[in-house]
Design a binder for this molecule. Structure first.
Ligand code: RFL
Length: 384
């Protein structure tokens, strides 16, 4: 088989890229390991920054988001010194988030991509990648194997995919933050009007609306903990303690529909181009979910790469491709830096590390009191 742009993976990165290329009339083929049902059911991100909302709207991909998403411009922090709210849509650049569950976004993007005449094969796993010749070998779920030759390859297959393995190992730098979260989805309406970060000596707890019926909660748990040791009852009890419900009001409970351990890890591949292969999204850089940046970085890079591929394929102008790494990496590192700053804000080891605890408390105090710190937060929290 032959195509112009072979896209590995149908997550936010691959689907935004595919849609933008189809809008320019470029021939594309997406190969995706999962089934359509699996891909459309993966509940992960929810917070889209201003740039992501712009890209989706500008390229005609935002109808669902505009119809069913909701905008958020405030977040709250709780700790032993009380609670305060930041109206970040009136700080920094004055931007807000759009909350729209990732699985809804992915479903919209699949439908639109197919409507634009894009080719997409589910149940196909890429097994080998040749970055120099832009060809891949694949295996279908039924066992049949094959090869696709392309002009360009886009590696949008996530942090555990095969495309980043085609990049030499020394080009990766990584950090394991040594922190784990239990990520919970509950069939329960949000308990508070804003995203709430609760800092507690027992560990961090977070609350994020997903929809009027579904709420995401996070609980910091000891590294090595297993999700199955967290019953619904244990989750709600622990959330109540850390969210200080005695002081601030009870949580609206409901059945827990998903619980999984997320290790806070980050890595960046320091050259996003290798031969005719370009890495996008989590394949280029995994970012800890502490600042909700992953899907936003995926959309940012997809837009940059789409424009560069259109120039290369339609006008024989490869300058955009040559600059792809240089354009994306500073933004990726800014998001990484802020995400790391958030990790320092949200976690401490309590009595085990009193110096760190005092720093954490001071950082939150600065955010509570200083307009300059609040502007820094707002600018980085919504923007890339
Ligand atoms: P994805 O979404 O992982 O998609 C990659 C796709 O590639 C397929 N694939 C293959 N296909 C063919 N052959 C192979 N060999 C393949 N190997 C893999 C996979 O099946 C999959 O469909 O990567 P992409 O497109 O780069 O998108 C990245 C985002 O999904 C990710 O960054 C976010 O979900 C991160 N994230 C958040 N990001 C935000 O911007 N805001 C948030 O609020 C937010 N919350 C989160 C998150 C991630 C979380 N987890 C699970 C780590 C909350 C959580 C709990």
């Amino acid at each position: 088989d032959r195509t112009s742009v072979l896209i590995a993976g149908a997550g936010p990165a691959g689907l935004v890229l595919g849609n933008l290329l189809r809008a320019a009339g470029i021939e594309t083929l997406i190969l995706e390991r999962g089934t359509r049902e699996q891909v459309q059911a993966r509940a992960r991100a929810g917070f889209l920054g201003a740039n992501s909302a712009r890209v989706l709207t500008e390229y005609g991909l935002g109808a669902g988001m505009l119809r069913d998403g909701s905008t958020h411009g405030t977040c709250a922090f709780r700790d032993e010194d009380g609670e305060f709210t930041l109206r970040y849509d009136r700080l920094g650049r004055g931007e807000q988030h759009t909350v729209y569950p990732q699985q809804r976004l992915v479903s919209d993007l699949v439908a639109e991509y197919l409507a634009r005449g894009g080719e997409l094969r589910f149940g196909v796993t890429i097994t080998d990648v040749d970055a120099d010749t832009a060809s891949v070998r694949y295996r279908e779920d039924q066992g049949r194997t094959g090869q696709v030759d392309a002009r360009f390859l886009a590696g949008c297959d996530g942090s555990n995919g095969v495309t980043r393995q085609a990049v030499p190992a020394p080009a990766r730098c990584a950090r394991d933050h040594g922190i784990s979260w239990l990520a919970v989805l509950a069939e329960a309406p949000p308990s508070m009007p804003a995203v709430t970060y609760a800092l507690h000596e027992r560990g961090f707890a977070g609350h994020m609306a997903r929809s009027p019926q579904v709420t995401r909660y996070y609980l910091q748990v000891p590294p090595g903990d297993e999700a199955k040791s967290w019953s619904d009852e244990r989750i709600w009890t622990e959330l109540a303690v850390r969210m200080r419900t005695g002081e601030f009001g009870a949580l609206r409970q409901g059945p827990v529909t998903e619980r999984r351990i997320v290790r806070l890890r980050s890595d960046v591949v320091d050259t996003l181009r290798h031969g005719r292969l370009f890495l996008v999204g989590d394949a280029a850089s995994l970012i800890s979910p502490s600042a909700a940046k992953g899907a936003n970085l995926a959309i940012m890079a997809a837009e940059v790469l789409a424009a560069a591929l259109v120039d290369a394929l339609k006008r024989d102008d490869e300058r955009g491709l040559a600059a792809y790494s240089r354009t994306c990496l500073p933004r990726i590192w800014r998001a990484q830096e802020f995400s790391h700053w958030m990790i320092g804000l949200l976690h401490d080891q309590g009595g085990a590390e009193p110096f760190g605890s005092a720093l954490r408390r001071t950082r939150l105090g600065n955010l509570r009191e200083s307009r300059a710190h609040q502007d820094f937060f707002a600018e980085n929290y919504v923007g890339i």
